[in-house]
Ligand binder design. Structure first.
Ligand SMILES: C[S@@+](CC[C@H](N)C(=O)[O-])C[C@H]1O[C@@H](n2cnc3c(N)ncnc32)[C@H](O)[C@@H]1O
Length: 412
């Protein structure tokens, strides 16, 4: 059993709880408050749950250890289960706070982990951070302000104040976020039937990574190739498309980290200055040959940024649809984004619906669009304790698990 975090929100209404499930369009679960109280108190083992037309759609019960409320929604033969800790339900009932709900996924292979890696030791060497615990704390202090600004910006969903050209912000990102984003591509590709990918991961691979920043997504891709297509991909030409400023950290990523994820493949990196916001014009896209020639297109953690910049889901969709229009037959588009307050769900769900209507596109994972994992990064006790302190200063719990939504499709 696997939980996928924050895919919905619970709200309190006068006589009922309303749960909006964000990864299923229009699914609203309504539960009478009296039923919730009865299940939590143990005076009822099971109660009905309803949709917003007050039709019964499933049941609600306590988990075996009594710590969580489970909601099973029936659709024909299929059951989709959602869960939320009892303490969150109580917080909603007592003070009307909005709280998250998770989805339970049963059939994902939780043994398909990435190899564990010692990211922080490599980063400390690169930053010349060493010595006693006190030395490490004082050497990291210089990044504290930037880290708190970054964490607070993401927590508030306000990315407009984040200047990715600021070198301290970049280092803070490498400390606090980069290791959490190495696996998304590995995980997403792992949900796809290998046969659908075989012609892409063969011989020479040309991959474009957009809004890639320091390119953690490239490492996840290498780890996936190493696991499933070792010896079949001989060379990779990654095209790193960015608005600017991350070259130093991409050099670190390729020079210091890449060999831990995949050996025996020669990598010829290309850095391209590029503005995703201009991709609402197909002519702009067509002026970049790799966009039309790549076998694989990866957009990681930039959909929410585009939404923040444009404020319209349709504007973000128009950008992705232009890519789909110009990409070559047989190539794959993979979009993933961190789970925030629902923006990435909304965007990717709507995109998925549009792709389902297109004759020349095959969705490679129709059933799900979210996942969660614990990053396989070895903890560095001193560094991680400083980072945990920064999270708390920014009024956020240190991150243990990474949740993301995704969409992956192939052009015929
Ligand atoms: C949250 S970071 C994600 C970086 C990387 N993909 C990752 O997963 O760690 C968002 C990135 O999108 C880039 N970005 C945002 N808007 C962009 C635009 N209009 N054109 C190109 N890149 C953009 C930013 O510069 C930044 O590097």
């Amino acid at each position: 059993m696997k939980f996928v975090s924050n895919i919905g929100w619970i709200h309190k209404r006068p006589t009922e709880l309303q749960i909006d499930i964000l990864n299923v369009e229009n699914l609203v679960i309504v539960i009478p408050l009296d039923s919730v109280r009865a299940v939590i108190a143990g005076s009822s083992l099971e109660e009905s749950i309803f949709n917003n037309r007050r039709e019964e759609i499933g049941t609600m019960y306590l988990s075996s250890n009594g710590g969580a409320l489970y909601l099973d929604v029936y659709c024909g033969e299929e059951v989709t289960s959602y869960s939320t800790p009892i303490r969150l339900v109580k917080a909603v009932i007592d003070n009307s706070a909005q709280k998250p709900i998770s989805q339970i996924i049963e059939e994902r292979d939780s043994t398909n982990n990435m190899p564990r890696h010692d990211y922080y030791s490599a980063l400390c060497r690169y930053l010349s951070i060493s010595g006693s615990s006190i030395d490490i704390r004082s050497q990291l202090e210089v990044y504290r302000k930037a880290a708190i600004k970054l964490i607070s910006g993401y927590r508030e969903g306000n990315l407009s104040n984040i200047n990715y050209d600021d070198l301290d912000i970049q280092t803070a990102y490498m400390l606090c976020y980069f290791p959490s984003y190495i696996e998304n591509v590995f995980q997403t590709l792992s949900f796809v039937d290998l046969e659908q990918l075989r012609d892409v991961f063969e011989g020479h691979l040309m991959v474009s990574l957009y809004g890639c920043g320091p390119a953690p997504d490239f490492l996840g891709l290498l780890a996936y190739i190493n696991r499933h297509f070792r010896g079949e991909v001989s060379t990779i030409d990654p095209y790193f498309f960015e608005r600017g400023g991350w070259e130093k950290w991409r050099d670190f990523c390729i020079g210091e980290l890449a060999q831990n994820y995949c050996d025996g493949i020669s990598i010829n990196p290309h850095h391209c200055s590029f503005n995703l916001l201009e991709c609402d014009r197909v002519e702009y896209l067509k002026s970049f040959n790799p966009v039309m020639d790549s076998n694989l297109h990866i957009f990681q953690n930039c959909a929410t940024e585009l939404f923040q910049a444009t404020r319209r889901v349709d504007s973000v969709l128009a950008i992705f649809l232009n890519f789909i229009e110009v990409m070559k037959p047989g190539s794959i588009i993979l979009i993933n984004d961190f789970i925030g307050k629902g923006d990435s769900f909304k965007i990717l769900l709507k995109l998925k619906k549009k792709l389902l209507e297109m004759n020349d596109i095959v969705l490679l994972d129709v059933k799900y669009n979210a996942d969660e994992y614990s990053p396989e990064v070895i903890r560095h006790p001193e560094v991680n304790s400083v980072i945990d302190g920064w999270y708390r200063e920014a009024r956020k719990e240190p991150r243990k698990r990474v949740g993301f939504s995704y969409c992956i499709a192939k052009k015929c």
